[in-house]
Design a protein around this ligand. Structure first.
Ligand code: PGA
Length: 257
């Protein structure tokens, strides 16, 4: 059975007060916790200590939203993998489309970060996805293949501890989610490509869907056989909505094979 994950990406939102409130509320999800179902939150760096404090004795995990491609040194404004570990992170989001498109991160840089994360002991959550223009030009598969290829250039075992998140750029923060069948098709393609690129991890690798997931569309998405959970942005900032999604997710994930 593949591991199933629900991940909240808080992006650049929150204050000490709102983060405390959110953490307090999502701790309730523990009551519904099941061994195959994992919840992770990725707060802004400055709230990691607070998150660690709140969640340290719970089943919930937390992670960074990004990290530097270098171990340490004169890189003003950057955060290292070791720093994330120091604050109890076990996961790190890498290659989020906002990093790729707003900050110009390349496939090569992202692949280097994945390599460093793994060497440092963090499980990378590799985000991949096509833009609307790429989809319309029928380039979805080519784009996704390249995004994976660069990572696997470092070795076919580079995805061993990884989680993949398929996030079509046109669905992120737009309110327009991919159709469940459309997402399923891509997830299946990703698994085939990972196998084709020489990794025998394809069947065990968790592949999550992200992009405008809400309680109203979660069930249909999570029921798809190759969708192993969700990466949730906007809806993860509202504890009631996030827990509603979690409830739907947990009841389906517990029955997946
Ligand atoms: P969204 O964001 O759920 O607000 O679309 C998803 C993400 O960017 O990870």
């Amino acid at each position: 059975m593949r591991k199933q994950y629900l991940i909240g990406n808080w992006k650049m939102h929150g204050s000490k007060t709102s983060v405390a409130e959110l953490l307090n509320n999502i701790k309730d999800s523990e009551k519904k916790d099941q061994s195959n179902v994992n919840m992770i939150v990725c707060p802004p760096y400055v709230f990691l200590e607070q998150t660690q404090e709140f969640l340290k004795n719970t089943q919930l995990q937390w992670g960074g939203q990004n990290m530097a491609a270098e171990q340490e040194g004169p890189y003003t404004g950057e955060i290292s993998a070791l720093m994330l570990l120091d604050f109890g992170c076990r996961y790190v989001l890498l290659g989020h489309s906002e990093r790729r498109h707003l900050y110009g991160e390349t496939d090569a840089q992202i692949a280097k970060k994945i390599d460093l994360a793994i060497k440092t002991g963090l499980a990378p959550i590799l985000c991949v996805g096509e833009t609307l223009a790429e989809r319309q030009a029928k380039l979805t598969n080519t784009v996704l293949r390249t995004q994976l290829e660069k990572v696997l250039d470092y070795g076919s075992d580079r995805l061993k501890t990884a989680i993949i998140a398929y996030e079509p750029v046109w669905a992120i923060g737009t309110g327009i989610s991919a159709q469940p069948e459309q997402a399923q098709e891509v997830h299946q393609f990703l698994r085939e490509q990972i196998k084709f690129l020489g990794s025998d991890l394809a069947q065990e690798l968790p592949i999550l869907y992200g992009g405008s997931v809400k309680a109203s569309n979660a069930e249909a998405l999570f029921r798809m056989p190759d969708i192993d959970g969700g990466l949730i942005g906007g809806a993860s900032l509202d504890a009631v909505e996030f827990l509603r999604i979690y409830g739907i997710f947990a009841s389906i994930a517990g029955h997946k094979i």
